[in-house]
Every structure is written in structure tokens, then in C-alpha cells.
Write a protein that binds this ligand. Sequence first.
Ligand SMILES: [Zn+2]
Length: 277
Amino acid sequence: MFETLQATARLSATLRVVSAIRIGAGRDTSIDSSDLPVVKDLFGRPFIPGSSIKGAVRSYVERIVRTLAPPRWGAKATCNPTGPRAGWCVSDLTRESFHDPADGRLLDRPIYDAHCPVCKLFGSPWIASKVAFADATLIGETWFGKYIVRDGVSIDRDTGTAADARKFDFEVVPGGTEFDFQVRADNPSDLELGLLYLGITALQRKELAFGGMTSRGPGLVELVEPEWRRTRFDASSDDLLAELLGPGGSPLRSEDLESWARDAIDYLRRGEELCTV
Ligand SMILES: [Zn+2]
């Protein structure tokens, strides 16, 4: 898609457990995971797979786009890779031909253009993602090295009653545990950055559930101390060196991110493209 790097935005923050979150059974790395399992690394320490965080943020952004897009877009406003009627916005059959305005030759429409705004940012089976979520790793001093074991009762989904009163034990990560949270976006347009910002603020508002549903409700986490930085690559600047040698770039102000988010909302309402790169 992009052969060169024009700009990179990075978010560093801390993900703090507010109320105990449950340890999942396995690592779910599928793109459509809207659950946020917390799993153990080889040393038995808890961590949250980046793919899970990305799946949850993506689902939230899809809901925003679906809500805002004009009715004429209908189901094409964004795809829905999760849920009972899962499906992507494009398929190999979506490739359309068009006449090159310069010389009238019949060309295949680039598959990138056929994608919904969410896929252009978060990727699809056909195009690369602009956004990478790192695994959220434990900030060691916030964990005392033990899990809390709780006992639960399995609930029958249909009746909402305890199924044969079967009891099971599960482990939770206690409140106060913190994880290092890192996101990187390559070549996002300002509007796409605004859309990503909207997804990230859901974590700040504690709206994305972690650890799956338990009989005591989902675990709560909150994203704190977010720090956004952006590097623009320019052959005449020193930014590239700064990017390679350290955090680099210049801070992005929350006023700017909010204004791009507002612009992104306006564009979506009008049914216009978010990517102008
Ligand atoms: Zn899509």
C-alpha cells in the first residue's frame, strides 16, 4: 500500500486494572476477538495480547461508523467481521473495473479503495493494517506475583439459572495491576487518527470489558496517562534519526486529536473518505 513511511503516530499509556479481571484459558489471536482475554506468559505473568486489544477497539470503532454513516451507505458503511452475521466489506468479487481518466485504459479498481474506512485503518484479509497494538506487558512492581482464585457457578445461558449448580474455580488479576500499553500507526491521515482516538478514549472511559463475562461481571480496566507523539518523515529533517534512536517525534496535543475526531465524525456523516494520503 505505502512503500515509504511518511508519518508515524505512537501512543504510550498505562492500562490499569480497576476491578479484578479473569485469566482466560488460552491465547486468542484472531482478528475478530471482541473479548479481551488476559493470559499468562511463559513465566506465569499476566499479559494482554495486542491482537485482543485491537479487536475490541476495532469493534467499538465499527459501531461508531455504523451509527454515523448516512443511510444510503447501509450495510456497506463498514464490515462486521465479528458477531452472528459476520462478513467483510469486500471480497475478491468486489474488484471493479474502471477507465483510467488519463488514457481510457480499463483498469482494475485497486482493492484498497474498495474497503470500508475501518478496514483501511485496521486492515483486512486483503490489505495491511496501519495500526499495530503491542502485547500489553506487566509493569512488574504493580503485581505481587500471585493470582487470586475465586469460585464461580456456571450459568445456563438459556434459562439464566445455575446449570446443575456446577462450581468452578478461576484466577483473577487483582485491581491495581498495571500493564504497559503501546500503539503505533503508520501513515494515518489526520481523520483516521481522529477515528483511532475515538476508539482509544473508550478505554479511557472504561467502556471496553476485559477478561470475558463472569458471574460477577466483566473486569474493569482504564487507560491512564496517554501520551501521543507523531513523527513526520522528511528528508530534510532530523526526525528520522530521532525516530530510529528513541521515542522521537513531537507530542500530539489532545486538542488536535479531538478536533480530528470531530472532523472524522463530520466526514462519516457526509459519507466522505477519511483517508487522504
Ligand atoms: Zn471493511
